[in-house]
Design a protein around this ligand. Structure first.
Ligand code: ADP
Length: 501
């Protein structure tokens, strides 16, 4: 079969589900298959996954997506992987058995240790090498926790018997039956062990966290033929040729390929990333400097701000307190009132991410009166998502010295028109919703397809990006300023709430 008539298989291994999507050459979705998997919460603030379940759900959706399209391996040009980042897996090099569950990016068990590191003055050195702010979010302290707390593991690691990987590494290992032990630069840049300037594992940091270098995977680029995989999934080999962390994949899928372009994903959390070109911009405003992608030996850097609770605030209204029956009704409820009625909801349910980085902040609702209704509360939750994204945008603008022309958006919550319009109003910046919403998977597909000549070059991809809707700012400037000043008062109430007395 001619290459151009084939499909690209994108693997999108997310925090709550594994997905597989087949794309055609026009960048359109042919089939999608998705399976949720179990979330484990063994202690307050702990979040774990079963690495084997990640693999089983992922391999089964690959088969399902192919079956739905009625295609065999001969119809697949290549495979691209995008994955939840930072989540940490340690397994036995011989048997492939994980020594512990995957510790998920959201897991806070190493917060106290991170505070200790900050007190000892490591923040500057770690930011300088890795581009990151010290936080339990990243892999380093999670690996250290496994080595220190699972019996016999430190000795085995020292003898070179164990492998560490983020989810990309784990999937690649499983796909190649242990032949390839690699991670791509974007995933590596989220471990807090990777020097983003030299693009190597950092010896001093490995020492600081007491992690044997022999556990670490080889670091590769994002778009290259990394392996040809056949069994256990396919009868004949298919190249795996794209790999990136989910947010970086989405930046690429949104074709934010020029310096200064920005995308924000509205999923469980909200993630804003700006392409900063070939320069790593050191943030003065608590954002993360990270690697956007590496293609043909050339690194593109990015600046990122992560908001921990975005769409999850709406999920909490639904599942936590049963205020709404489903997420999409939030739009109707918010529009049913003319304003927020003075109610502000800071959705710091798991602390605050960028730009505050306050692990002791907690969810706070202020301004409730006897006139407050479910509509006001719902509206306050949606507005709260937008205000948080606004705060990240301001930090970003200060760091890059530039006001972006537009923000491209993706993720499950962008179906909400109220949310999009309010974001544009508050930010005084057009919010642009593309036609293909599966930008993470599309980015993985693009990276893979470019490596095997399925797509000729990035210019060819640029022509594929198409618009669904632009939300332009409509609110008066004075009104936006008033709302923002009240929001910042509310943030003040949420900060530091859970600090020990
Ligand atoms: P993830 O990939 O992080 O699991 P998704 O991109 O699938 O998340 O987005 C799901 C999130 O978006 C959920 O937290 C959900 O509450 C929220 N969400 C989904 N639809 C809407 C909507 N119409 N309005 C507001 N929030 C929504």
């Amino acid at each position: 079969m001619h290459l151009k008539n084939k499909y690209v298989l994108a693997i999108d291994q997310g925090t709550t589900s594994s997905r597989a999507i087949l794309f055609n050459r026009q960048g359109n979705i042919v089939t999608v298959a998705q399976k949720a998997f179990q979330q484990y919460f063994p202690n307050p603030g702990w979040v774990e996954h079963d690495p084997n379940e990640i693999w089983y759900t992922q391999s089964s959706v690959i088969k399902e997506a192919m079956a739905k399209a009625d295609v065999s391996e001969n119809h697949i040009a290549c495979i691209g992987i995008a994955n939840q980042r930072e989540t940490t897996i340690v397994w036995d090099r011989e048997t492939g058995f994980p020594v512990y569950n995957a510790i998920v990016w959201q897991d806070r068990r190493t917060s106290d240790y991170c505070e200790e590191l900050k007190e000892k003055g490591y923040a500057e050195c770690i930011q300088q090498k890795t581009g990151l702010v010290i936080d339990a979010y990243f892999s380093a302290t999670k690996i250290r926790w496994i080595l220190d707390n699972v019996k016999g593991v430190r000795e085995r690691a020292g003898r070179g018997e164990l492998c560490f990987g983020t989810v990309d590494t784990w999937l690649m290992w499983k796909l190649t039956r242990g032949e390839r032990f690699i991670t791509d630069v974007t995933n590596a840049s989220r471990t807090m062990l990777f020097n983003i300037h030299t693009q190597e594992w950092d010896k001093e940091l490995l020492e600081l966290f007491n992690i044997p270098p022999v556990m670490m995977p080889e670091v590769v680029s994002c778009s290259d033929v990394f392996a040809e995989v056949a069994t256990p999934l396919f009868k004949s080999p298919i190249p795996v040729s794209g790999m990136a962390g989910d947010q970086q994949a989405a930046l690429f899928g949104q074709l934010c390929i020029e310096e200064g372009m920005i995308k924000t994903t509205y999923g469980t959390g909200c993630f804003m990333i700006a392409n900063t070109g070939d320069k790593p911009v050191v943030s003065q405003n608590n954002l993360l400097t990270t690697i956007g992608w590496k293609i043909a030996g050339k690194v593109t850097y990015a600046l990122e701000g992560s908001v921990f609770v975005g769409g999850a605030a709406i999920q909490w209204l639904r599942d936590g307190i049963g205020l709404i029956p489903n997420a999409s009704i939030s739009e109707q409820l918010a529009k049913a009132v003319s304003d927020n009625g003075g109610v502000y909801f800071v959705p710091a349910l798991t602390g605050l991410g960028a730009p505050y980085w306050d692990q002791y902040a907690r969810g706070t609702i202020v301004g409730i009166t006897r006139g407050t209704t479910a509509c006001h509360l719902t509206r306050a939750a949606l507005e709260g998502i937008c205000y948080q994204v606004y705060d990240v945008l301001m930090a970003m603008e200060n760091d890059i010295n530039y006001k972006p022309k537009e923000i491209r958006v993706d993720g499950g919550a962008i179906a909400n028109n109220f949310l999009m319009q309010f974001q544009a109003d508050i930010s005084r910046c057009p919010v642009v919703r593309p036609r293909v919403l599966e930008t993470t998977a599309l980015g993985a597909a693009y990276l893979a397809g470019l490596a095997v000549g399925y797509w000729k070059n990035i210019d060819e991809l640029k022509e594929q990006w198409s618009l669904d809707k632009v939300f332009s700012p409509e609110m008066k400037k004075e009104e936006a300023s008033r709302l923002l000043s009240e929001w910042h008062k509310a943030i003040g109430s949420a900060r530091g709430w859970a600090l020990p007395n």
